[in-house]
Ligand binder design. Structure first.
Ligand SMILES: Nc1ncnc2c1ncn2[C@@H]1O[C@H](COP(=O)(O)OP(=O)(O)OP(=O)(O)O)[C@@H](O)[C@H]1O
Length: 845
């Protein structure tokens, strides 16, 4: 045997071993899933058995699962639910008379008794269950004051406002208070009369203020520091999703004040995060009390989001109008821009909705918050900035216009509904392209991608109780039966079937391989289009388009992503992150004859897919329509008919009025904003081509069309064709002229010779400077969306007299003689567009 055939044989064997290994890996994954299911079941049974034994033998001393560091028997634990402690009378009196509450919620009394007994404690309780009471009430029943570490000033202010309302003296120390106030608070710390019962500080204050630490030392010695409460304690751990570096330094508190009991509070910590917090805070064997995360009054539902943004907002509007008329709610969106857009669209549909996002000024934010709390505003359309400290009891719905970045986040955000214990709805609109919008955002986060895919899995799930899927993320087991039909999957009769998608997956792999052979990268949307026969001609020639509907196509691609047949691939530029699809680890398995891949897909029972008059859960049945008979063959059937929504969208699109060319600037600007949003979406598809037309005005003040110039930039955009892949946009800008000779529109371009730098006043008038700035702002926004290479191109001027870089400060501009800013911008833009087209044609299929 010669050397080369030996190598070939070894290579063949290696390939086969690798393929076998992949298969084993697949089996391991399946077994692990099975193991998780069985473990869940086992835990439920053990818990039930334990309860049965407890009630049969009251004297038994089963060890408690609630204590983590410190092992405490169940009986010992239950002892703390009692009201025979020296402080009990005072506690009960304060609950009723001061806090005006009739009874404790689960675990509140236990936590209060434990902390009043001097124990270190971690209290894990879902949002809105009343963690604050567990340190506020002990604070008023103790001598001295309680130190509360809170991550946000807004949270402190909220609490202080509430405490003032019920006449509990409280103070705070943060950058927003005056020097005199701070001085008075510092003095109060060591005052034996304790002018406040609670002192709120940020972790940064503990870490940085020596004066505060020395006052606390004195208070400790005088036994005035009764308790330390660390709110949002998960922020200590870098495994927690809200890690704050200064929380890491809080260990000093327990080291300096070892006899003061510490109470850590959180709504989201897993056991590993708590272990980390224990170490960071230097607490020895704290007791961990965990209340169940199951919010039984919340109804969870997932709906398929219409790919057309306008239609998706329309869906949300009709949902709010039909189901939550005059009720209070939150619509969570992905970006600040979405918050503005969605709220204005809801307003147009007579819904009292206002945006809330981090970029709003503090006054506007607090006005929206206040008016919403007072029910003057019905709906807040918010980014995640509308988060901690939102404590409105009667929120009847939380709708996610875009999925959350993780199940933990979703739990927190949706958990703002139904804090009054009355039933409320949590609805997610699940859209294919949203996965990738969020993906580019979380790519740099520790396990961000993994968490996002878990959220996607939650949304694509058709058969498992939504709460039980959530429970896994909180180290809990919630019994499916305990859902009480409070999620769409438990409500719905079994309307899905397991479908063999192997052949479809093979087609996807084929497209990916073809693209790779042409050295091309596919964005998820390009992959969808290529598979549906809508991509570039070179693809259409070689690959037979699928007969699946768009939603089926997207569902299969998502499943392949979740199962590891496809994976994400990112390309970073200084301005943006591009997302592409790649073949995943398991893709080679599809080459093996015996390998199959299946997924659950919804079937409808012959009822019209457009019938939305049924119960809540049936309202989303319009997504995929199959013929069940064909399904029996084990392959995906043809869609029975075009889905109603598509028709409705079509008619909506047709009903869109074109913006008048002569329309007012405000209308155009509005349209521009809407188009800007669409553009962002199109950009996700990697297929925008921008064309800019610049009206040149000579220095006599008359524009090309003979009209007097406006000093405002005008934008007008229109789609050239609704069917073409590429969207052409026109941005018209009227710009003031430079101090140069007039140009002939359409005539030969003047010779480009540098006259001088703009530092010479003769070149640019003030108005021109302003307009150039506006123009540059507008263009740089567009440019940011263009591939990095375009910038490189611009930043390396080879010829003199060319705009050096659009993003550089104005003083670096070198303008050629006899050229208006308008012409300059046009020439620049033409080059950028050309470059961009090149980039798209060559890189993005
Ligand atoms: N025992 C109780 N009975 C009725 N309402 C209660 C009780 N305890 C607390 N509440 C109310 O529950 C609401 C939420 O309480 P709180 O702000 O303490 O929750 P939280 O767990 O700290 O939430 P978050 O994690 O969002 O900070 C408050 O309006 C509070 O008055």
């Amino acid at each position: 045997m010669d050397g080369s055939s030996e190598t070939n044989e070894m290579q063949a064997e290696l390939d086969s071993v690798e393929a076998e290994l992949e298969l084993v890996q697949l089996q391991i994954t399946e077994l692990l899933q099975k193991q998780a299911e069985l473990t869940s079941r086992k835990n439920v049974l053990l818990e039930r058995l334990g309860e049965a034994c407890d009630s049969a033998q009251p004297s038994s001393s089963a060890s408690s699962t609630e204590s983590c560091g410190h092992v405490m028997s169940k009986q010992e634990m239950q002892h703390y639910d009692g009201t025979d402690f020296p402080w009990s009378k005072e506690v009960v009196w304060n609950l009723k008379e001061l806090f005006k509450l009739s009874k404790f919620r689960p675990l509140q009394l236990r936590a209060i008794n434990m902390t009043l007994s001097g124990k270190d404690l971690f209290l894990v309780m879902p949002t809105g269950r009343g963690k604050s009471l567990c340190y506020q009430l002990p604070a008023v029943c103790s001598k001295g004051f309680t130190l509360v570490i809170t991550p946000l000033v807004s949270l402190m202010e909220d609490q202080i406002m509430y405490l003032q309302l019920i006449n509990v003296p409280a103070a705070m120390l943060n950058a927003s208070i005056s020097k005199n106030n701070a001085k008075a608070v510092m003095a109060g710390i060591t005052d034996p009369k304790s002018p406040f019962k609670l002192l709120y500080v940020t972790p940064e204050k503990i870490a940085k203020s020596k004066l505060l630490m020395s006052c606390l030392e004195k208070a400790y010695k005088a036994k005035l520091l009764s308790r330390i409460a660390v709110d949002e304690v998960h922020c200590c751990s870098q495994w927690g999703h809200d890690f704050r570096p200064d929380y890491k330094l809080l260990g000093i508190l327990k080291r300096q004040f070892p006899k003061v009991p510490l109470l850590g509070l959180t709504a989201t910590a897993t056991s590993s995060v708590l272990k980390d917090c224990e170490k960071i805070l230097c607490v020895q064997q704290p007791i961990t009390l965990s209340a169940s995360f199951n919010r039984t009054n919340l109804y969870y539902e997932v709906r398929i989001k219409d790919p057309d943004n306008e239609a998706s907002i329309c869906d949300i509007a009709s949902l709010i109008k039909s189901r939550y008329q005059d009720q209070s709610g939150i619509v969570y969106v992905f970006s600040q821009k979405d918050a503005e857009l969605v709220s204005s669209e809801l307003q147009k549909r007579d819904i009292l909705a206002y945006p809330y996002h981090a970029n709003m000024d503090p006054d506007s934010k607090s006005r929206v918050h206040r008016e919403w709390t007072a029910n003057k505003i019905k709906v807040v359309v918010a980014t995640v900035a509308f988060g901690m400290g939102i404590d409105k009891p009667d929120v009847r719905f939380v709708i996610h216009h875009t999925i959350s970045k993780s199940i933990e986040n979703y739990y927190q955000e949706s958990g703002r509904a139904g804090r009054d214990d009355a039933s409320a709805d949590c609805i997610v609109f699940f859209g294919f392209s949203d996965i990738f919008r969020i993906s580019t955002m979380v790519v740099m986060e520790n396990v961000g991608q993994q968490k996002l895919l878990q959220m996607v899995d939650y949304c694509q799930n058709l058969d498992r109780c939504r709460r039980s899927l959530m429970a896994v993320h909180f180290d809990e087991v919630w019994d499916d039966e305990g859902c009480n039909q409070m999620c769409d999957t438990c409500c719905r009769v079994k309307d899905y079937s397991t479908v063999d998608i192997t052949e479809h997956a093979k087609q996807v792999v084929q497209i990916m391989e073809l693209a790779a052979s042409m050295d091309e990268k596919l964005t998820p949307l390009k992959l969808v289009e290529a598979w549906m026969g809508k991509g570039p001609a070179k693809h259409r020639k070689t690959i037979k388009p699928t007969t699946l509907s768009r939603q089926q196509v997207e569902a299969v691609i998502v499943r392949m992503l979740l199962q590891g047949y496809l994976r994400e691939d990112f390309s970073f530029t200084p301005y943006t992150t591009y997302f592409y699809m790649k073949l995943g680890r398991k893709a080679p398995l599809l080459k093996i004859q015996s390998h199959t891949l299946s997924m659950k897909m919804r079937i409808t029972d012959g009822r019209s897919a457009v019938d939305t008059s049924d119960v809540k859960a049936n309202e989303q049945d319009i997504d995929i329509t199959f013929d069940p008979i064909v399904m029996k063959n084990g392959c995906l059937p043809q869609p029975r008919q075009k889905v109603f929504k598509e028709q409705r969208n079509q008619s909506r699109k047709q009903g869109l009025k074109p913006v008048s060319q002569t329309g007012k600037w405000r209308e155009k600007a509005k349209k521009h904003l809407t188009d800007g949003h669409r553009e962002e979406e199109e950009h996700q598809r990697g297929c925008i081509e921008v064309e800019v037309e610049v009206n040149i005005i000579d220095n006599t003040g008359v524009s090309d069309d003979g009209k007097a110039p406006s000093h405002q930039i005008k934008y007008c955009s229109k789609r050239k064709s609704a069917t073409t892949q590429r969207v052409r946009r026109k941005a018209c800008a009227n710009v003031a002229a430079l101090d140069i000779s007039p140009t002939t529109p359409g005539g030969p371009a003047p010779a480009l010779t540098v006259s001088s730098s703009p530092s010479q006043a003769s070149i640019i008038s003030d108005t021109a400077v302003k307009e150039l700035c506006d123009l540059r702002n507008y263009y740089s926004k567009q440019l940011r969306r263009i591939n990095y290479m375009s910038h490189e191109h611009l930043e390396q001027p080879t010829e003199p007299g060319v705009l050096a870089c659009i993003r550089e400060p104005l003083r670096s501009l070198w303008l050629p003689r006899r050229v208006t800013i308008g012409r300059m911008a046009r020439s620049l833009w033409t080059r950028v567009s050309g470059r961009r087209k090149l980039v798209h044609d060559n890189i993005i299929v």
